[in-house]
Design a protein around this ligand. Structure first.
Ligand code: SF4
Ligand code: SF4
Length: 274
């Protein structure tokens, strides 16, 4: 089973839920696909056993062959290749590695060059959980390739928890594609609910079953409960806004090892999903 943990915005407690789920499921593997800002490893503290570089191709134009016809630029949806007056400009960070410009080039002037965009780290946490996380190099535009490779590495695992990037970007869609179930973590504040609605719409478009965890319950108002009721969305659990939890989190603790009540809440989420 593959479960993705999502949130409409950062800082809602998505990683807390992901890591606590992983330590409470036998033989679970956690992958942190929030490659722009991975932080599950801060809590799970894995001993890194393997580092895999992730590469992407970008076009290189042989100007001796190029006839400056402009077809590559017309084809590219990402403005990554731009035929100018005397040469073809390449913006390699913008390239999505689709291979299309080579196909449309009538002069066979385009070849691809590999470049590293980040790394995947694999290890075993001090809590016994296997984990992998991706790390996108600074300045890179898209981490989708790293996310796809992370998911490929765990495709045969029985139980995978996926800590997704926040929001509804291409990276979030890549993290959620093909999962069996999604947990949406949200704060009960107007901003939290507004961002959560976009995630709900995304999951419905992707036909992924999901439930909501209300984190920091008691902090905002009732809008989240009214919305979930109107939309027939199951609330899997509520975690109260609590100074003790905030302190333990800030010190990098796994909450379900420190607080019995938190462990029970995580177990209830798992039971409901099953
Ligand atoms: S499609 Fe090929 S020939 Fe035409 S501008 Fe691009 S690189 Fe040059
Ligand atoms: S490979 Fe695709 S995304 Fe990259 S420059 Fe060519 S057409 Fe654009």
């Amino acid at each position: 089973m593959k479960i993705v943990v999502l949130s409409g915005k950062g800082g809602t407690g998505k990683t807390t839920i992901s890591t606590n789920l992983a330590v409470n499921i036998k033989n679970a593997v956690l992958i942190d696909t929030d490659v722009e800002e991975p932080n599950s490893h801060v809590f799970l503290n894995p001993k890194i056993e393997d580092t895999i570089p992730v590469t992407k191709d970008y076009p290189d134009v042989d100007m001796d062959k190029c006839i400056l016809c402009g077809k590559c630029g017309d084809f590219c949806r990402y403005n990554a290749i731009l035929p100018a007056r005397n040469k073809v400009l390449i913006f390699k960070e913008m390239c999505h590695d689709c291979g299309g410009c080579e196909l449309v080039c009538p002069a066979h002037a385009i070849k691809y060059i590999k470049r590293e965009i980040g790394n995947i780290y694999s290890g075993v946490s001090k809590y016994g959980v296997k984990m992998k996380y991706g790390d996108l190099n600074v300045g890179e535009v898209s981490g989708v390739k790293i996310i796809e490779e992370l998911k490929e590495l765990v495709k045969d695992e029985e139980m995978v928890i996926i800590d997704a990037p926040p929001g509804t970007s291409c990276s979030t869609v890549a993290a959620a594609t093909g999962v069996d179930y999604a947990i949406v973590v949200s704060e009960p504040t107007p901003f939290g609910v507004s961002d959560m609605k976009m995630v709900v719409e995304m999951l419905r478009n992707m036909n992924i079953p999901f439930g909501v965890v209300v984190n920091k319950a008691g902090l905002g108002d009732n809008e989240i409960y009214e919305y979930c009721d109107e939309e027939n969305i199951e609330i899997l659990q509520e975690v109260p806004f609590d100074k003790e939890i905030a302190k333990l989190y800030a010190s990098g603790n796994i909450l379900s090892y420190e607080l019995k009540v938190y462990k029970e809440k995580i177990e209830t989420i798992l039971k409901k999903i099953k």
